[in-house]
Design a protein. Structure first.
Length: 277
């Protein structure tokens, strides 16, 4: 059964960045060791950030292509890739699916930057189905970011965890080779998946892939537990009538969490409009 982490806030969206950032800082330290002493003598005079671009240099972002677009005020294209939770099954209209809500939320938070979130969700698909359309629906679209919601249908359709893992890892590497940032979204919490043997192993696989490849993971199961525990939604309000997919309220909160995690993993980036405030 899916279980939320103990004492975990409902505001938690992704795995902690400290481990990912540590490797980057170690790399920076190694680089500094080979810099001439004459340069190091002026290290204290270097700024911690580039104010003109609004980029914090103390830790490189997990989503560098997203960070660049925001820093220069350029259009940001995101592909929401996945199955029914991305397509918006359970929502009252396409406008209330999480990708459409995410586009609205990011446009507000980024103060006028042109953000486009393309919905490439198809209900019922497992990892092999999505792999078959990866080039057409993700890579050829040339986004800066893909949010890949995966792992929900695989246990329902008899996919092995080992196969799911191998295909997902290979696909993430292909996406990155194309110059696209990746965020994973784990399976949802719901009674149907909880009662499916082995379903929790796919949630664990998504999280472990994120750790292994340094990919942020939106921990949807924990978020959903937290929304109910914090009284943001009742269980009845969270789910659509089928008991499997989210309703409008859940999709709205998911979009908000996704927007927060994207901006967090893009680093401390500010647009000129945000600075002016």
């Amino acid at each position: 059964m899916f279980k939320s982490a103990k004492n975990q806030s409902s505001n938690t969206q992704v795995a902690p960045r400290s481990a990912r950032g540590m490797l980057r800082r170690l790399g920076l330290l190694c680089g500094l060791l080979v810099i001439p002493t004459a340069v190091l003598a002026y290290a204290d005079l270097l700024p911690e950030s580039l104010d003109l671009l609004g980029i914090d240099l103390r830790e490189s972002p997990d989503l560098p292509h997203v960070a660049r677009q925001i820093a220069i005020g350029a259009p940001l294209k995101i592909v929401a890739f996945g199955s029914s939770s991305t397509e918006g099954i359970g929502a009252s209209s396409p406008a209330n699916a999480y990708p459409a809500r995410l586009q609205t939320d990011l446009r507000k938070k980024l103060h006028g930057i042109d953000v486009a979130v393309i919905n490439r969700g198809i209900g019922g698909e497992h990892v092999d189905d999505m792999l078959a359309r990866l080039d057409r629906d993700v890579i050829k679209a040339e986004p800066q970011l893909v949010i890949w919601q995966t792992g929900s249908n695989d246990p329902l359709r008899g996919v092995s965890v080992a196969h799911f893992r191998a295909v997902t890892v290979a696909a993430i590497r292909r996406i990155r080779e194309a110059g696209i940032d990746v965020v994973l979204m784990e399976p949802q919490w719901c009674p149907k998946l909880e009662s499916t043997p082995g379903a929790s192993r796919f949630l664990e696989a998504v999280r472990s892939i994120g750790d292994e490849l340094d990919v942020p993971v939106i921990r949807r199961a924990d978020l959903m537990h937290g929304w109910v525990q914090d009284g943001k939604l009742t269980t009845k309000q969270l789910f659509a009538s089928d008991g499997l997919h989210m309703a409008d309220g859940g999709y709205a909160l998911l979009a908000e969490a996704a927007a927060q995690s994207i901006l967090s993993d893009a680093g401390s980036v500010q647009t000129p409009e945000a600075v002016a405030e």
